[in-house]
Design a protein around this ligand. Structure first.
Ligand SMILES: *Cc1c(COP(=O)(O)O)cnc(C)c1O
Length: 359
């Protein structure tokens, strides 16, 4: 039996995609073997990867100045690759710290020899909001932010308009969940396992001319140009993950593209936040209202014991993956693209029942 999966990542994938993967498992595209058994140099595989890049570009309306790269090492390797390429050897980069993943990113940049300046942080308030006042340095190489904070349940609405340098973003947990204006960005990346497909793939969007400004002489696998110059096939790429991602991108397109997906996500978020806000304090959202995420909805109950009971009973109703991140506890419902309105309504139905019995 399939459950309603509210995992934060790896996370739910569209049923249509999983069914197609299953149906093509033994014979992909008439090759008489699965995609995993094909050579990454096979014409059809190269074409599939190229088509996948184009799908990303068309979904995001990216112009020819952009490239889409397929990397490995998760978002976490990007925490190192970005500074190693673009602010090496003590050069300065500005960071906006909105929680665990941006904290890790600036700490890793420090480790890579970048001079790190925190232009804003919501650490003092438990990362419950997205800062809107920034203290940028005069001339950083780039300004780094995390568009959606998977752990704390906050999400950027408007990116800084007046930054002193191009923006770079970790889009891992809201990639392709809404329309996004990337005109002030030079690079953005997303680990696949939140909203795109299997772990093992990181999608990197990079402006071609910016890529050329990277430090020379890095190990090949750490240099963005290696991916750019070789169609992301300098070495064996994660072919299966790219293939599943390609099906997810086609699914988004078939649903009507990002405009439609964004509307679905807004409705899902509203449904759940309304249930929280309408519970007279039985459920309490942890993020400030103006910073609430549509992807990861975090809330608390009156006690940790009650939260434990909530999570256990939810599971018996087929509602899984609702535990908060281990660093903060509480409840977190991740409402990625593949999570349906039906799943969200099952959750809010359960929440109402639970409140009636325990309120
Ligand atoms: C999950 C997550 C990461 C870490 O991703 P890995 O692929 O495990 O390295 C980084 N940033 C954000 C925003 C995330 O949600």
């Amino acid at each position: 039996m399939r459950v309603f999966n509210f995992n934060a990542g790896p996370a739910a994938l569209p049923i249509e995609v999983l069914e197609q993967v299953a149906s093509e498992m033994l014979d992909w595209n008439g090759t008489g073997m699965s995609i995993m058994e094909n050579s990454h140099r096979a014409k059809q595989v190269v074409a599939m990867a190229a088509e996948t890049e184009e799908l990303v570009k068309s979904l995001l309306n990216l112009g020819p100045e952009w490239s889409v790269l397929f990397c490995q090492g998760g978002a976490s390797l990007q925490f190192a690759m970005v500074p190693l390429n673009f602010a090496p050897d003590g050069q300065l980069a500005d960071f906006i710290d909105t929680g665990l993943w941006s904290t890790k990113a600036y700490q890793e940049a420090k480790q890579c020899g970048t001079q790190v300046h925190l232009a804003a942080s919501s650490a003092q308030d438990d990362f419950t909001y997205i800062p809107t006042d920034y203290n940028f340095s005069r001339s950083p190489k780039y300004v780094y932010l995390t568009s959606n904070n998977t752990v704390r349940g906050t999400q950027w609405r408007n990116f800084p308009a007046q930054a002193p340098a191009p923006l770079i973003a970790d889009l891992s947990s809201d990639f392709l969940s809404r329309r996004v204006d990337l005109s002030n960005f030079v690079l953005a990346f997303a680990g696949a396992q939140k909203n795109v497909g299997p772990a093992g793939l990181t999608v990197v969007l990079i402006k071609k001319d910016f890529a050329q400004t990277g430090k020379k002489g890095l190990p090949h696998m750490l240099d963005y140009r290696t991916y750019l110059d070789n169609g992301s096939m300098y070495n064996t790429p994660p072919v299966f993950a790219i293939y599943v991602a390609s099906l997810v991108f086609k699914w988004i397109k078939a649903e009507g593209g990002l405009e439609v997906i964004e509307k679905f996500n807004q409705l899902k978020g509203k449904t759940l936040y309304d249930a929280i806000d309408g519970s007279s304090g039985f459920y309490r959202g942890t993020a400030r209202a103006d910073s609430r995420s549509l992807m990861n909805v975090t809330f608390r109950l009156l006690s940790e014991d009650l939260e434990k009971k909530f999570l256990e009973e939810a599971k018996t109703q087929g509602l899984t993956g609702l535990g908060g991140h281990r660093s903060v506890g509480g409840v977190r419902a991740s409402l990625y693209n593949a999570v349906t309105q039906t799943a969200v309504e099952s959750l809010t139905g359960f929440m109402a029942e639970f409140m009636k019995k325990n309120g």
